[in-house]
Design a protein around this ligand. Structure first.
Ligand SMILES: [Mn+2]
Length: 426
């Protein structure tokens, strides 16, 4: 199924035009505060988030996985699904591939499918957290940090292979997330495994093309429940510094212990020019991987406030690789992704509404109340008319979710692919 410009134009014609008068109200209100909403519309229209190739099927837990029907069975079909998302939202113009789940068979054909949808290949993701069929070495006791040299070498080589695949697709970065850790005290020597991880990452970095970046993701626990080798941003930053200039920390929202001040982590990393990538999701308890903004929209806004500040004030930090890293256990994955994109853009837009000069002046005056008022005035603004205007300008659907349902996308996909098709992934 492919959504055409005509589909979008027809649906947009039927859309309620009330949002334009709502937009005028916001534009006028913020003009008085010295904030130009028209330039915000352009920024929102330009914002692109990568969709991971593993997020297009139903997710699951260790207890079970329930197919949603019409799931993409091949990489081409996954790109087609992202094409649907991008046609509707105009903000999903990139895919992040997971290797070995999505090794292209025909690179030229895959690149044509992607470019036909206006999709570029963002960060590549390696996988050393599970043994593949026929694997010569096991990751049962770790990969890049394993006590077994052959397992470390095997994991390094896998990452180098992933880079080679990415090069053929036009990707420019590799994301490494390690499941390495221990389940019981005494099981591992912390210093030894950290040294192994550092040495292995340096070997991967040495094989990185000159125009590529390495993103090092961290996570405090799971699958290991006592210790994780790259457990926090400090460890990730230390390893990135050990590798070199083109190695960066990657922040995943779900990879923090409860109540961690993620916005401060973001600010610290951008100040040092070391924030490379960002993964969106939301959580109530741990790494729940649920829809962005569904539980903690205010912290998401506070994080975006720091991201926007960093993007405007930290030229030492590279452009960020944005990606949704979520799992859709009970929802239609495409609807969940539409909701996630909406939540991301809402938080981004609200952060753009903050008058940074006014905030800085209030901070300088130690006017604590005013500082809070400035942030909350932006946060409490319903910015959805700005999103609608941005999508309309970019050629997307004014209301992507309504458009998705009115075009009966899922039932069409089920007709095309069957109700038992299953996507690769977790
Ligand atoms: Mn992640």
């Amino acid at each position: 199924m492919k959504i055409t410009q005509q589909h979008i134009a027809d649906l947009n014609k039927k859309e309620d035009t009330l949002f334009t008068s709502e937009l005028d109200l916001i534009t006028n209100r913020f003009a008085k505060k010295g904030v130009d909403v028209n330039s915000i519309i352009d920024k929102v229209a330009a914002f692109q988030v990568a969709i991971p190739s593993w997020a297009l099927g139903a997710g699951g837990t260790r207890f079970g996985r329930f197919s949603y029907g019409g799931e993409p069975a091949t990489l081409e079909q996954k790109l087609d699904d992202i094409g649907i998302l991008h046609a509707l939202t105009k903000s999903a113009g990139a895919v992040s591939l997971h290797i070995p789940w999505d090794i292209p068979q025909d690179y030229k054909a895959i690149k044509e499918v992607a470019s036909g949808h206006g999709i570029i290949f963002d960060a590549m993701n390696s996988n050393t957290f599970q043994d593949q069929q026929g694997a010569k070495e096991s990751y049962k006791h770790g990969s890049l940090s394993s006590t077994v040299a052959a397992s470390r070498d095997y994991a390094i080589q896998h990452n180098l292979d992933v880079i080679k695949i990415g090069e053929q697709l036009g990707s420019k970065s590799l994301t490494v997330w390690l499941a390495d850790g221990s389940n019981f005290p005494g099981q591992r020597n912390f210093q030894t495994v950290l040294k192994h991880a550092e040495d292995s990452l340096k070997s991967i970095y040495a094989g990185l093309p000159a125009d590529w970046s390495l993103f090092i993701e961290y996570k405090p626990y799971e699958p290991a429940f006592y210790s994780t080798v790259i457990q926090d941003w400090g460890t990730s930053l230390m390893l990135a510094n050990a590798c070199g200039d083109r190695a960066y920390t990657l922040v995943d929202l779900g990879h923090h212990l409860p109540n961690t001040n993620i916005e401060q982590i973001v600010a610290t990393l951008m100040y040092k020019g070391k924030l490379g990538g960002f993964h969106f999701n939301d959580s109530k308890y741990g790494d729940d991987d649920i829809t962005v903004g569904s539980i903690k929209p205010y912290p998401l806004f506070l994080i975006f406030n720091e991201l926007v500040y960093g993007m405007e004030n930290n030229p030492q930090n590279p452009d960020l690789a944005w990606m949704i890293d979520a799992s859709h256990n009970t929802k239609d994955p495409l609807e969940d992704l539409i909701q996630s994109l909406e939540a991301i853009l809402i938080a981004y837009t609200q952060a753009l509404l903050v008058n940074q000069d006014e905030l800085r002046a209030a901070q300088q005056d130690n006017d604590v109340v005013k500082c809070q008022e400035i942030l909350q005035d932006a946060y409490r603004t319903d910015v959805r008319p700005i999103l609608k205007a941005a999508r309309q300008k970019a050629g997307g659907a004014i209301d992507p979710l309504a458009a998705y349902r009115s075009l009966a996308v899922r039932s069409t996909l089920i007709t095309e692919r069957g109700s038992n098709s299953k996507a690769t992934g977790l």
